[in-house]
Design a protein around this ligand. Structure first.
Ligand code: UGB
Length: 631
């Protein structure tokens, strides 16, 4: 044994390494000569940061040497993927753990109040104007989906973006998102081209790429021309848990019609777990040569966009907006055009989308926080923090509804629109680091040890926390059914678009009582905005509660349609199909499925029902031209 130590010491001196820094970690010292000079520097840093316990169980040189090198590969990765490196991570962890032990309120000194934002009423003139402004701006936008989380709470083993966004067609969330972005791209381009047409004749030679549009003007005259669309970039943040399955889903479906070069996957790394209040890094229980890691949260997206160079690329390409969204909000794109319009019109640096919030609902509350020193910010206060904050600051009832039946604090749905210029400037200063928090589960009231290891976490909506008071931070509130809910529509609002939709019936699936509405789905290219949809529905249309309608085509016009059953229309882009008359058939019914019945695919089981296709009217139009379907 002594000779091993001697020879290691000799080798160290030959390599010019002074091993004194590792005196208190003899098992590390014995192995130092196995390491590269970069790895020795990392070892020094770990020792300086009080992490000698990591080497306590290391074997003598000659045993597990590759595992030891792999340990330092992991340390190098943890170090490079965190802004400021592991040293900074450990330092911040110690501060936050000390605050947590002392029971310090993260909002100390701040008083909450209800902020004012833009409250939109679906379908009124203001809403329509914002939608138009938003569609115009969309060509200057990039979209970012945070999809690094697993559906653990959902009790689902796959990636959440592969789940059906609705059951009628089974279109998955990722397909829905991509088709919405492509439809926005086309609509935005079309608007720009219409403006160009107004000022000059179209010069076909300037267009590099061929795409054909049918333009529907108010008096139903069609213009047809060839144009070039600026591609809207789409970035997806994945994690080790979701990366390969997201890539496979895209590749096996030809990117759902998007160009592969238009989509960028950015993988977030996990962060080191912490064993105690001194921020000693936790060992992986299954491997003494690995540090245990856990997800750091969706806040990583900012650092990744910055460090990958994507933000700069978008900025250099002249883009103006970055829109962030989450993995399973199938209604989101119904709210995007108007809220982007709000950002553009009000010149918001940060715009958060919100819906009315019921007190104690598990969505964060958008709050104005005013500090005793005069500072003030509009920020999400997470659902678990809102009630204690209110009680501690003069609201003895805490998180309760007001006279409207809702919490006075709008509910954060975590869809953010950031203006790219100011966002880049801020990230140049912070590198994308977001204020973190720690949530240790203590063993007892002494708060000296944890039930299990913890880690630092960060949330993407905390980005405004570091912004100067001059930053224009606002929010946009929309109806829940429009922006954030399972697919449903209420008769009053649907009637505004020209259709009478029957009331829902109550049914129970998987033990949960749900309202079952008629199932109406359409491709994003059929209609993304209120105006587009209104233009395609005319006369007196009605849809009974048991009905299903699927519109797959671009130019499908509903005129005096009375639907009581199932109707499926598919058409190529340059076919105009007018659908009216009385469609009556047995339709599609919803059949309960037991969530324990493993003979049924998992994604159907967790929904609790499947579709029974009894009878439908299905028509497909594969040739250009004008058609009429009036049974
Ligand atoms: N996600 C990642 O990409 N990486 C991670 O490490 C973790 C998550 P959850 P959460 O809209 O109802 C948020 O778990 O965080 C992705 C808001 O904080 O679904 O509990 C993940 O894939 C809250 O204020 O939600 O709560 C998913 O796409 C409220 O608005 C997204 O991040 C709530 O969402 C959100 O992750 C809500």
């Amino acid at each position: 044994m002594a000779s091993t130590v001697d020879s290691a010491a000799e080798q160290l001196s030959k390599l010019g390494i002074d091993g004194a820094f590792a005196d208190s970690a003899p098992n590390l010292k014995k192995n130092l000569h196995l390491l590269s000079s970069e790895q020795v520097e990392l070892a020094k840093m770990l020792m300086e940061m009080g992490q000698s316990h990591l080497f306590e169980k290391w074997a003598a040189p000659g045993v597990d040497d590759n595992e030891k090198r792999a340990f330092f590969d992991q340390v190098a990765k943890l170090n490079s993927s965190y802004p400021g490196g592991l040293k900074s991570y450990i330092k911040t962890a110690r501060e936050l753990l000390a605050d947590s032990k002392a029971g310090k309120n993260p909002f100390d000194g701040f008083t909450p109040s209800v902020p004012t934002g833009e409250v939109l009423k679906f379908g009124d003139d203001t809403f329509i104007n914002y939608e138009q402004a938003g569609v115009k701006e969309a060509k200057n936008a990039a979209f970012v989906l945070v999809a690094g989380g697993l559906g653990e709470r959902l009790g689902y083993n796959g990636i959440k973006v592969a789940l059906p966004a609705e059951t009628t067609t089974g279109t998955c969330f990722l397909q829905n998102y991509i088709e919405c972005i492509l439809a926005l791209q086309e609509s935005s381009c079309r608007l720009a081209e219409v403006s160009n047409l107004a000022i000059s004749n179209v010069n076909a030679s300037v267009y590099e790429e061929v795409s054909t549009f049918m333009l529907l003007s108010s008096n139903n005259i069609y213009l047809k021309f060839v144009g070039k669309c600026q591609e809207i970039p789409f970035a997806i943040m994945t994690s080790d848990d979701t990366h390969s399955r997201t890539q496979e889903l895209l590749e096996s479906n030809s990117y759902f019609g998007m160009k592969p070069t238009q989509v960028k996957l950015l993988k977030q790394e996990k962060v080191a777990c912490l064993d105690d209040n001194d921020a000693r890094l936790a060992m992986d229980p299954k491997n003494k040569y690995r540090i245990q890691t856990k997800p750091h949260g969706h806040g990583d997206v900012h650092a990744l966009l910055y460090s990958s160079g994507l933000l700069k690329e978008w900025h250099d390409a002249g883009l103006k907006w970055v829109l962030f969204f989450q993995d399973t909000n199938g209604l989101l794109f119904k709210a995007i055009p108007a809220s982007l319009g709000v950002s553009a019109t009000k010149q918001y640096h940060v715009n958060s989308l919100a819906v009315p919030r019921k007190a104690k609902e598990a969505i964060g509350g958008i709050t104005r926080l005013t500090h005793a020193d005069g500072r003030s910010m509009v920020i999400n206060v997470e659902y678990n923090q809102l009630d204690p904050l209110l009680r501690a600051t003069g609201f003895p009832d805490g998180d309760v509804n007001c006279e409207t039946g809702y919490s006075p604090f709008p509910g954060n749905i975590n869809q953010l629109i950031l203006e790219l210029g100011p966002y880049m400037e801020e990230l140049k200063k912070t590198g994308g680091a977001i204020k973190e928090f720690v949530n240790p589960k203590y063993k007892d009231a002494s708060k000296t040890s944890f039930k299990s290891s913890t880690r630092l976490e960060c949330m993407m909506q905390d980005y405004p926390k570091t912004l100067p008071p001059s930053a224009k931070v606002g929010f946009t509130v929309m109806d829940t059914w429009l922006a954030y809910a399972p697919v449903k529509n209420n008769p009053e609002d649907a009637a505004k678009a020209g259709a009478q939709v029957d009331e829902p019936v109550q049914e129970v699936f998987n033990g949960q009582e749900v309202e079952v509405w008629p199932r109406l789905t359409w491709k994003p290219k059929w209609g993304l905005t209120f105006s587009e949809i209104k233009n395609k529905v005319s006369g007196s249309c009605s849809v009974s509660q048991k009905s299903t309608m699927v519109i797959e085509g671009h130019n499908v016009i509903l005129e005096d349609l009375s639907l009581n059953g199932a109707l499926i229309i598919d058409s190529v882009d340059d076919a105009e199909v007018r659908v009216g008359g009385k469609v009556q058939n047995k339709g599609w019914t919803l059949e309960p499925v037991d969530h324990k019945d493993t003979s049924v695919p998992e994604e159907i089981r967790i929904r609790g029902f499947k579709i029974n296709k009894l009878e439908q009217l299905e028509k497909s139009y594969s040739e250009p031209g004008k058609f009429s379907l009036k049974p």
